[in-house]
Ligand binder design. Structure first.
Ligand SMILES: *Cc1c(COP(=O)(O)O)cnc(C)c1O
Length: 378
């Protein structure tokens, strides 16, 4: 059993991927070839925004977004500690200070009710993460940000394809940033990412930033990066985009099925309380792409070991909140984030990808029941 099965997907799209890659090999425009613009147009339409700017990774997308907003030394950016390192890392890399605000215990996303208290005269942006593939509460976050005239950047690295009340992730704030790392919901065959915005000026800035701050050949009005989306990766993504809507549907269906099966055996979805297993909670008007299908369990090490013995691979997203990472110990004091600290001790992710069969899912659920003491049959 695989945690993420990329080969099942490849078997389905092999001829399209090969044809797209062959086209690149034939025209030879490896940097900013025609596939990049074609992909950007299709992605912008898919998300429902005016502009998509391809970047070399999700990390560079976050960096470029903050550079476009001219965030730098002395500024503060509010974010969640319960995320992958890149989110806080890029803030600090620009010389700004990541201010970690705690998460909602049910959705694991930034808790909007805690934002107001963290805003200072130096706050330039709020950067929520749509963790595990479920949109953060962007309306509530935008409302706080608007009142203070600060920008919101959605770190949508895990939520590409997700939606909230019919609006797609990456269209829910000033700038949306995503990643096409192979294991993400829409994955390339290498590193890639993108920024999305409705703002023409920001889009222009992002296009310059990804190409060394260049506005025309060898003319550089600003600092930038070597942050372009690779043509080969754009070609791969174009082939994958054709089946992506079906994959988004499959992910949502499989995630809901995991929850149904586990809850039928005694797991619960809103508060672990006395239960052995907490399953994800997704509001009725929200579509998660389940970049991760993540449980909370007690005695995580024991459960993971038992699952390993039963042939079920697991992963921990994430074991250490960012404000407890050694790199942030000095110089980035944070206010208390007890919810993140607590939940980080219990999260455990199960195998999840759009080609998971019902049979394998049942096998996983049986193993989880055995490992955690849930009822052994539904
Ligand atoms: C994967 C990820 C990133 C970084 O994306 P890369 O393409 O790997 O650079 C940033 N933020 C979050 C929340 C992620 O999961």
């Amino acid at each position: 059993m695989q945690f993420i099965d990329l080969k099942a997907q490849y078997a389905r799209i092999e001829s399209e991927v090969r044809a797209r890659i062959d086209a690149v090999l034939s025209h030879g425009q490896y940097i900013m070839g025609p596939e990049v613009g074609e992909l950007e147009e299709r992605l912008a339409t898919f998300v429902g925004v005016r502009h998509c700017v391809g970047l070399s990774s999700g990390t560079d997308a976050l960096l470029a977004a903050m550079m476009a907003l001219e965030i730098g030394r002395g500024d503060e950016v509010i974010t969640t500690p319960f995320t992958f390192i890149a989110t806080g890392e890029m803030i600090a890399l620009l010389g700004a200070r990541p201010v970690f605000v705690d998460i909602d215990p049910v959705t694991y996303n930034l808790d909007p009710s805690k934002l107001e208290a963290a805003i200072t005269g130096r706050t330039r942006a709020i950067m929520p993460v749509s963790l595990y593939g479920q949109c953060a509460d962007m309306d509530a976050i935008n409302a706080v940000a608007d009142a203070h005239r600060i920008a919101v950047i959605e770190d949508a690295a895990q939520s590409f394809g997700a939606s909230d009340r019919g609006r797609r992730s990456c269209s829910l704030s000033k700038i949306g940033c995503t990643s096409f790392f192979p294991a993400k919901p829409l994955g390339a065959y290498g590193d890639a990412g993108a920024c999305f915005t409705d703002d023409d000026d920001l889009a222009k800035a992002l296009r310059e930033i990804r190409n060394h701050g260049q506005d025309r050949r060898y003319h550089h009005p600003r600092l930038g990066l070597n942050g372009r989306l690779d043509t080969m990766q754009a070609a791969v993504l174009l082939a994958k985009l054709d089946i992506f809507p079906a994959e988004v549907e499959a992910r949502a269906r499989l995630g809901a099925r995991y929850t149904e099966l586990l809850n039928a055996r005694g797991a619960v979805s809103t508060d672990i309380g006395g239960a052995a297993v907490l399953t994800p909670f997704v509001p009725a008007d929200s579509v998660s792409v389940y970049a991760q299908y993540t449980l909370q369990v007690r005695d995580r090490e024991g459960v993971a070991q038992k699952l390993h013995e039963l042939g079920v691979p697991t992963a921990i997203h994430y074991p250490i909140p960012l404000n407890d990472q050694p790199v942030f110990h000095v110089g980035f004091p944070s206010t208390g984030t007890p919810v993140s600290a607590d939940i980080a001790t219990r999260v455990l992710s199960l195998p999840m990808h759009p080609y998971l069969t019902e049979e394998v899912q049942l096998q996983v659920v049986d193993a989880v029941a055995t490992a955690t003491g849930l009822a052994s049959a539904g």
